[in-house]
Write a protein that binds this ligand. Sequence first.
Ligand SMILES: C[C@@](CO)(OP(=O)(O)O)[C@H](O)COP(=O)(O)OP(=O)(O)OC[C@H]1O[C@@H](n2ccc(N)nc2=O)[C@H](O)[C@@H]1O
Ligand SMILES: Nc1ncnc2c1ncn2[C@@H]1O[C@H](COP(=O)(O)OP(=O)(O)O)[C@@H](O)[C@H]1O
Length: 299
Amino acid sequence: MSVTVRVPAKVNVQLAVGAARPDGFHDLANVFLAVGLYDEVTVTPADELRITCEGSDAEQVPLDRTNLAARAAVALAARRGIEPAVHIHIAKDIPVAGGMAGGSADGAGALLACNTLWQAGASRAELLAICAELGSDVPFSLVGGAALGTGRGEQLRTLEVGGTFHWVFAMADRGLSTPAVFREFDRLGEGLDIPEPIASEKLLGALAKGDPDALAAAVSNDLQPAALSLFPELADTLAAGRTAGALAALVSGSGPTTAFLARDPESAAKVAETLRSSGTCRTVRTASGPAPGATVLNG
Ligand SMILES: C[C@@](CO)(OP(=O)(O)O)[C@H](O)COP(=O)(O)OP(=O)(O)OC[C@H]1O[C@@H](n2ccc(N)nc2=O)[C@H](O)[C@@H]1O
Ligand SMILES: Nc1ncnc2c1ncn2[C@@H]1O[C@H](COP(=O)(O)OP(=O)(O)O)[C@@H](O)[C@H]1O
């Protein structure tokens, strides 16, 4: 018997970043929106832990115990005193190292799948605690929808969303390392007074209303200057999307995926087409949000 879990990607509609903490992390006001681009994680009993991956970015995914899906299975098995004897297969559609939390999605997906396969009985609270140990973004991948993440992004408050938002995502031809982007944020901010990260009331209101124009006016990403400093060509992609009629154009999280908010599906298709022919990115996808969090598809 196998269990398959579907898990969404995310875009950060607000990413406010505070100064570096003594532990090296940064306090955030991180407004996550799950979008309908998914990885599927399938777990099947096996003699020992094994990982396989399929999809266009599969060769970039580590197949050893550093894979977040493997770490999730090991963490749950250790808590239950059992062997993580499972084959984890990842059908990957979320870009790797793209700032869309693909690894985090696989971690949350494997955790929910193993909990189901092993009938391990971990509560939602226990699953969320394991997710937070695995990474700052992993709890949100489990929960989906829209949420405000505080602390290092792992303490979640669910947000109301009053409609569907239509997005276009432009994937770059190389990845960006999340720690490197935070380091660049620190370097650019040296000697400056970095304010406490606070969620924007205007942005939360726009989400609650489902108003794309109001959301477009309120989106922000404090990591964007750092991502652009490490990957200056992203400015051309952002400009191409704006010219094509996107309501807002921003780097998704630590990048280098760029995200474009459109008024409706027709406008999203037009922005996508223009970006495809712009020569400024590798692939272009459309997706809408909010999307549900990790969901068991069978088993
Ligand atoms: C920036 C964000 C925005 O949602 O995601 P991505 O855009 O990369 O997907 C997240 O904060 C990334 O979360 P995640 O990828 O889970 O990060 P973690 O594994 O917890 O941490 C990786 C590294 O990122 C830096 N980091 C992460 C989170 C945080 N609040 N402060 C940090 O400084 C630290 O250098 C840390 O060692
Ligand atoms: N299941 C996984 N899928 C993708 N990357 C993973 C996974 N597990 C670990 N990684 C590592 O995490 C890094 C960041 O990947 P990813 O989570 O896709 O990007 P981001 O943090 O930008 O959202 C990758 O370069 C890879 O080395």
